[in-house]
Design a protein around this ligand. Sequence first.
Ligand code: ADP
Ligand code: MG
Length: 488
Amino acid sequence: MDTVNPENNPKKPVINWASLRENRAKYESMKWAGLPPIEKNFYKESPRTASMSQEEVELWRKENNNITCDDLKEGEKRCIPNPVCKFEDAFEHYPDIMANIRKVGFQKPTPIQSQAWPIILQGIDLIGIAQTGTGKTLAYLMPGFIHLTSQPISKDERGGPGMLVLAPTRELALQVEAECSKYAYKEIKSICVYGGGDRKGQIDMVTKGVDIVIATPGRLNDLQMNNFINLKSITYLVLDEADRMLDMGFEPQIMKILIDVRPDRQTVMTSATWPDGVRRLAKSYLKNPMIVYVGTLDLAAVNTVQQKVIVIPEAEKRAYMHSFIKSMKPKDKVIIFVGKKADDLASDFGIQGIPVQSLHGNREQCDREQALDDFKKGKVRILVATDLASRGLDVHDVTHVFNFDFPRNIEEYVHRVGRTGRAGRTGEAVTLVTGNSWKFASELIDILERANQVVPDELIAMAERYKQSQMRKEMEKDIQRPWRKPSK
Ligand code: ADP
Ligand code: MG
């Protein structure tokens, strides 16, 4: 019988880590050898911006939705540049950009733009955190155009696109591309690459030469694996809506894409939120970035309101509302928010002999004023209102907000809830949520958590189901045949 004699076994080869590391470094440097240098700093601070005092800078930041900034570079911190208060302060040396801005008639930079432009234009990597709809696209596009058109080598010598924007969904990618074609100049060419689109057409465009590629990660990774696109020429990279890209499960594709993008590029990342996943992404793919955070939701008012969320089938909403109204105390005052059918609900109450008033866009101005007056004076204790009519509505003794229909967006939710709990009082908000509003579930959870409120399990399940369905939809659209071998 054979016995294993360890003495006779050939020695296990020792892994030479040092040499492996050396080889890897050699390979890396070979991979990036011979690439042209990147020009990154184009910022000339205007005299006006330079002359702002520290107090002026702080006041501007405070008044512009509380802009906060930080330098995430390890070690000695750099100076955060002053914000630009006017478009000219950032772009007066770029007449094409100024002409485009004048054409659309924008008044002034949005908060994120005012603070992001001086940072990006200096060539510093940036993380921009701001709510949806706050102008993040132009915050990175404008400096991107300047970067593209100011490189020491010409477009043709570059041998591929110079700027890449990764976006989570085809709709968002198309939106970015629309902004891009609206504001680009000097014949900058852009193309949108997304799943479900005309793959062959996209490939033709990419290989013909474009300057800006706006892509969803799945499809771009597909083109990359099949060698249809050269990513080495990219010197300006944007990860747009990073939080949503992570939610959609795109991290592996992003990782694969970025292996081929040169490491000394400039990178800008935007996100509406700043959770751990996004921090990790920033750490992996940005170099010594600065971060600009813009707050928009005024949650201060909401913190004095107890928020109750009820997940309920549409058919049971009325019964729930009526039992809620029955439970009201004599001094309570409630605004019932509805999507459209304010009159419908109001007459429902009328039939039952409960006095109510209603506020909606279809009522005459004088009737609206009467309604508000009745409610303020307490002639009626129930006001049925639509969002259209509720802006600026300030009745100090509202004890309850009842969201019969969920609003069209989460900002409106915060706004509605803020109708109660005013002037140091406490208030209560009850919100009915049906399956129709599932796309808001995760944002609603964020708000409830931040205000230390109870989050119902059904709401968590709803958010999870929505996420799953979005992922499935994107996967179907985006990665049609990921297993296909490259055709040679
Ligand atoms: P985000 O990416 O932050 O969600 P977008 O970049 O899509 O927001 O911008 C939302 C809208 O605001 C767009 O229609 C855009 O054209 C417009 N916008 C951008 N910058 C300004 C500005 N400085 N003033 C007014 N509107 C602007
Ligand atoms: Mg955006």
